[in-house]
Ligand binder design. Structure first.
Ligand SMILES: [Zn+2]
Ligand SMILES: [Zn+2]
Length: 348
């Protein structure tokens, strides 16, 4: 608990040493601190006439140590953080979700009438028929329904991940994004009053006090667990996962068509798999492709020498060293050749 005294600078440094990127919030508020004169557009009622429209991701203020553009200024740099809070000691602490590798489930407690349509309550989830009218009051009830539908558990009275209560009574469950995954924020896609802080959004750190009240870490857990698999699936299903689009590899050997009909398609698919293989799986992919095409060589459908050549091209394209590639190709072709593929009915 001592690490979580409400001194904002200590909170910010405590978070930064764990790799969480922080940025200052306007004292007493939950919005980022106002940037320099040129970077803040101001509000609808009080627009800033000195504002110069520009891309915050390339803002020169960051190199100059100014906390403009909120999340985009977030850092783990101890000197910068110390300087920010020396200047505004009462600034609250924002934690930039994406740069910190965090996915925060934001369970709201707004009140208001719960939708009666189950598709708006928890889209895509089959709900029990016996939900008592009026029993769903806020996001906590919706989350309970989701957890039940997934036969899962979430940290409850004894949190197993950092859980923060907001001044309005809402809950922030902090989770680590699984390695190599990227997520985007959302509002209500998962369920009514269930928001997601990820990507370019931020959460108010525990220990921050605003005019509406304090953000308080519940229980004793101050560590952040990995996003549970069931929840990751539901977040993926509801559009919160960012899947980088890998550009299709342009196959340089298109003119060298190997085989025809079904066989040519099989060669093409295997070559593509090899050419697009990522480091760590390349060897295995080459070997598997060679085995697969080896079965066609064994059946007399393909010329082994030709296949070895194009596989070597593809492996080179994926960045696999030639000697490694040739060994994987040879053993794959040998093994595949011992299991000739019969092409019954295939238009070969
Ligand atoms: Zn600025
Ligand atoms: Zn700027």
């Amino acid at each position: 608990m001592t690490a979580l005294t409400p001194d904002p600078l200590r909170v910010a440094l405590w978070l930064a040493t764990q790799g969480y990127a922080v940025h200052p919030l306007a004292p007493g508020l939950k919005v980022p601190i106002r940037g320099c004169g040129r970077c803040s557009p101001g509000t609808a009622e009080r627009p800033n006439s000195a504002y110069v429209e520009h891309d915050g991701r390339a803002c020169p203020c960051h190199a100059n140590g100014r906390p403009c553009h909120g999340v985009l200024a977030a850092t783990t740099d101890v000197d910068r953080i110390t300087a920010w809070w020396a200047r505004t000691p009462a600034a609250g602490v924002g934690v930039a979700a994406g740069p910190s590798g965090l996915v925060i489930l934001d369970v709201d407690c707004h009140g208001g009438d719960a939708p009666t349509d189950p598709e708006r309550l928890l889209p895509g989830i089959e709900l029990p028929n016996d939900i008592a009218p009026g029993s769903v009051v806020d996001g906590r009830d919706v989350l309970a329904l989701l957890v039940e539908a997934r036969r899962a558990t979430l940290p409850g009275s004894a949190p197993e991940t950092l859980t923060v209560r907001t001044p309005s009574g809402g809950l922030h469950y902090w989770f680590r994004a699984p390695v190599g995954t990227q997520w985007r924020h959302g509002s209500g896609e998962l369920g009514w009053q269930l928001d997601v802080r990820a990507g370019t959004s931020y959460a108010v750190a525990p220990g921050t006090v605003t005019r509406s009240g304090a953000y308080v870490a519940l229980g004793d857990c101050r560590t952040v667990a990995e996003l549970p698999v069931w929840l990751a699936r539901d977040l993926d299903r509801t559009g919160h996962r960012i899947r980088p689009e890998r550009p299709r590899v342009v196959l340089p050997w298109r003119s060298r068509r190997v085989g025809s009909g079904y066989v040519a398609a099989a060669v093409e698919a295997e070559l593509r798999a090899v050419a697009e293989a990522q480091p760590g799986t390349r060897n295995e992919t080459v070997n598997r492709a060679a085995f697969s095409l080896g079965t066609l060589c064994g059946a007399g459908r393909l010329d082994r020498g030709q296949v070895a050549d194009v596989l070597a091209d593809a492996a080179r394209h994926a960045g696999l060293p030639d000697r490694e590639a040739m060994a994987a190709i040879r053993s794959g072709l040998d093994a595949g050749g011992r299991h000739p593929r019969t092409l019954t009915g295939a238009a070969a």
